[in-house]
Design a protein around this ligand. Structure first.
Ligand code: TIU
Length: 225
């Protein structure tokens, strides 16, 4: 077992039954010239999470932990795109339309894929999800159960949307979540602050929060064994 200093109190985990999950670190959300920027967002706020997540990813791999990646997106025929999701925002250019990096949030397109710095490697499942939560309409729960995973260390974007939704879904399914606050990011500084606060409030109502610097030495101690 290992212990990370976290809030609201220490997070105890066994790296054999704990997975790193990296949520939606896709070019369309994170990179200049993508969908997120086209919507008027400052993507540099999201980019800030990439390097810390890269360090955590390397450390988790070295410690032999399970690593899971997710991507938000849809089938090229869009049969899994709810009309309500398509209509939301009244966007001129929305999901499924040609965008700066290919069809927006469509599987197989350049913008839909994960940024180069956090590219999955063989043996790391990639969960393609049509919703904000990574459990909705995916096989994530089955994948975690097959690996005997009971706890999740969470990185990714955006804090208040796909990260929070996934953490809440995980919580209701009996998983413990540790969210790394420098490895998650929002286009809105206020939502970053509140999105993190909501997780650890009320005795950790949805889970735990720590900084990556608190986790990295713990993972390193497993890599040496
Ligand atoms: N991955 C994710 O958070 N999807 C979003 O649409 N996020 C926004 O903040 N819009």
């Amino acid at each position: 077992m290992a212990t990370v200093q976290a809030e609201p109190y220490e997070f105890d985990f066994d790296p054999r039954t704990c997975a790193l999950i990296i949520i939606d670190m896709q070019r369309d959300f994170v990179d200049p010239g993508g969908f997120g920027e086209a919507l008027g967002n400052d993507v540099s706020l999201l980019r800030k999470a990439v390097q810390p997540t890269q360090r955590v990813l390397a450390a988790a791999r070295a410690a032999g932990m399970a690593v899971i990646h997710t991507r938000e997106g849809h089938r090229p025929d869009l049969f899994d795109l709810a009309p309500a999701k398509k209509a939301r925002g009244k966007l001129k250019t929305g999901i499924g339309d040609p965008g700066p990096m290919g069809r927006i949030l469509v599987r197989g397109e350049y913008g839909h894929d994960i940024v180069d710095e956090l590219k999955p490697i063989e043996g790391e499942p990639v969960i393609d999800k049509p919703g904000k939560g990574a459990f909705y309409a995916t096989d994530l729960d089955a994948v975690l159960k097959s690996k005997n995973i009971r706890q999740l260390i969470v990185c990714g974007v955006t804090t208040e949307v796909c990260v929070n939704t996934t953490v809440r879904e995980a919580n209701d399914r009996g998983y413990d979540c540790l969210v790394l606050e420098d490895c998650v990011a929002s286009y809105f500084p206020e939502f970053q602050r509140v999105g993190i606060a909501m997780i650890k409030a009320q005795g950790g109502i949805f889970g735990w929060v720590a900084k990556s610097e608190q986790l990295l030495p713990v993972l390193a101690s497993f890599a040496k064994r």
